[in-house]
Write a protein that binds this ligand. Sequence first.
Ligand code: PGA
Length: 228
Amino acid sequence: KVADLKGLKQGQLRLAVITTAKYFVPRLLGPFCELYPGIDISLQVTNHERILERMVNNLDDLYVMSQVPEHLDVNCQPFLDNPLVVFAPVNHPLAKEKNIPIQRLANEPFIMREPGSGTRRAIQSLLDEHGLTVKVKLELGSNEAIKQAIAGGLGISVLSRHTLLTDAAEFSILDVQYFPIQRTWYMVYPAGKQLSIVARTYYEYLLEAAKKFVEQTSLSSYSKADSS
Ligand code: PGA
């Protein structure tokens, strides 16, 4: 009977996710496709501004983002923490310091994401709150490119902790006041929209997968405060 039901789940699934979700969402598509071989998927990975444009133009079934649009009527479901942390090269002089005053960030060459990035917006609003400006040495439109620039000694940056994979040994996460910036990934779709069976199936699958991920890793779920 289960096999019959699986057979019914056929069609197209169109996903659009913010840049940091690419460290999570594509990996889970393998097992999903195995479960539902009749579903074909397209996945767009881009920044918040572009995701919003796609949503306004109704180009996709489901969106993953960490800043829910204020001016659009949407359904949103939080599913996993997405904290922003301060990345520095592994041998950075601040790497061993504790509780670094946020003002210290202003002295370091900083590598910043492009305008339209939610990461950039979150950093900017924390800096504004404290009346700080950072010295932007380099602006880059990719988290991976920023990591390479940090490893190359160009400066420090603030990125999602999810961007650290097997390369964690190359970086230090600085213990700066007011960090991590706590954020959450949400699954989002326009409020009036009826999800297809395929999209609904994926929605439930991703929630379940996030739960398992939390159980298997040290990342806390969005609902628990990260006290570390
Ligand atoms: P961004 O979003 O690609 O728009 O910076 C990433 C995030 O908010 O985690």
